[in-house]
Design a protein around this ligand. Structure first.
Ligand SMILES: C[S@@+](CC[C@H](N)C(=O)[O-])C[C@H]1O[C@@H](n2cnc3c(N)ncnc32)[C@H](O)[C@@H]1O
Length: 281
């Protein structure tokens, strides 16, 4: 069968990095994440992955990121009735395939070009839906509509979006789904400044626009968005899956705030808007 040609560039092309990392992980005896779909896709596309020059360190981090986000999603599904998961900037990732309970509403959103490519490898069903849109064209929100318990996950996405656009997005999401949870990974400002040194980002030509040092700053964007957790990759518990070198590197990085904050996962909850003048004290 002819291989699927990949003609993506910039931030769209970056989806090949986590895909490649997951595919490589399949070969390991103790994988951080097991996802045969990534391997299958890599074998079915025409693309020179060696040109991405993905550092091993990046693969470890991105696989831990995907694994931790899967854990959050599974946990949310267990603890909420009739949940809806919205997966922003989904790329060719197989999160719906990996979650334990598929009998929920699940939306994968990315640019039209990416969703068209995704359709070669995945099929929608009555629970699993694709949305072709930029995340910043807010009309996509109507495609999901009113839902009671919503978890929004964005993996490797918000660093490509300018802060003003993110503020607008977060405020609109909070207004639409008053009790939703929002989880994403974020770079520190230092990482953003130095990211042009990263080989894979350089190859794709993607522009990194956003980073944050203090995650509580987002609470100032909207009084009804509250930080729940800042999770560091150095908090990863299954260290038996790491090589001795990475175990040591993680331990060392865990001692330095700047190193821990370079790239981490942030978890927020939305609160219902407080009614003005409803002060019972
Ligand atoms: C680094 S990849 C991550 C893909 C996927 N989340 C994963 O971990 O495998 C970034 C993804 O974000 C998508 N993306 C970037 N900017 C976007 C935007 N404004 N709207 C929708 N998707 C966007 C890209 O097309 C790409 O699929």
């Amino acid at each position: 069968m002819a291989k699927q040609k990949i003609k993506l560039s910039k931030e769209k092309e970056t989806l090949l990095v986590p895909l490649y990392c997951k595919a490589c992980e399949c070969e390991k005896e103790k994988p951080i994440i097991k996802d045969e779909k990534a391997k299958e896709i890599i074998e079915r596309v025409e693309y020179n992955f060696t040109e991405l020059d993905v550092p091993n360190k990046t693969c470890v981090t991105l696989n831990i990121r995907a694994n931790k986000l899967d854990e959050y999603v599974n946990q949310y599904i267990i603890s909420h009735k009739n949940p809806t998961i919205i997966h922003l900037g989904c790329g060719l990732d197989n999160r719906y395939g990996r979650i334990k309970d598929k009998n929920i509403n699940f939306y994968d959103l990315d640019y039209q070009e990416v969703i068209e490519l995704k359709k070669n490898f995945y099929q929608e069903n009555e629970n699993y839906h694709f949305i072709s849109s930029s995340v910043t064209d807010l009309d996509w929100i109507n495609e999901v509509g009113e839902k009671p318990n919503v978890l929004i996950v964005a993996e490797g996405l918000f660093m490509y979006i300018a802060e003003e656009e993110l503020k607008k997005l977060f405020n609109t999401l909070q207004e639409q789904w008053l009790n939703a949870h929002l989880i994403f990974d974020a770079y520190s400002k230092y990482t953003v400044k130095n990211i042009d040194k990263h080989a894979s980002i350089r190859k794709t030509g993607a522009e990194i626009k956003w980073g944050i040092d203090d995650p509580q700053e987002i609470e100032d964007w909207n009084d009804n968005i509250k930080l729940v957790e800042e999770w560091y990759f150095t908090d990863y518990q299954q260290t038996e899956k790491l090589s001795p070198l990475y175990k040591l590197a993680f331990k060392a990085a865990g001692l330095f705030k700047m190193a821990k904050k370079a790239h981490r996962i942030l978890y927020y909850e939305f609160k219902e808007n407080e009614v003005e003048g409803n002060d019972s004290t």
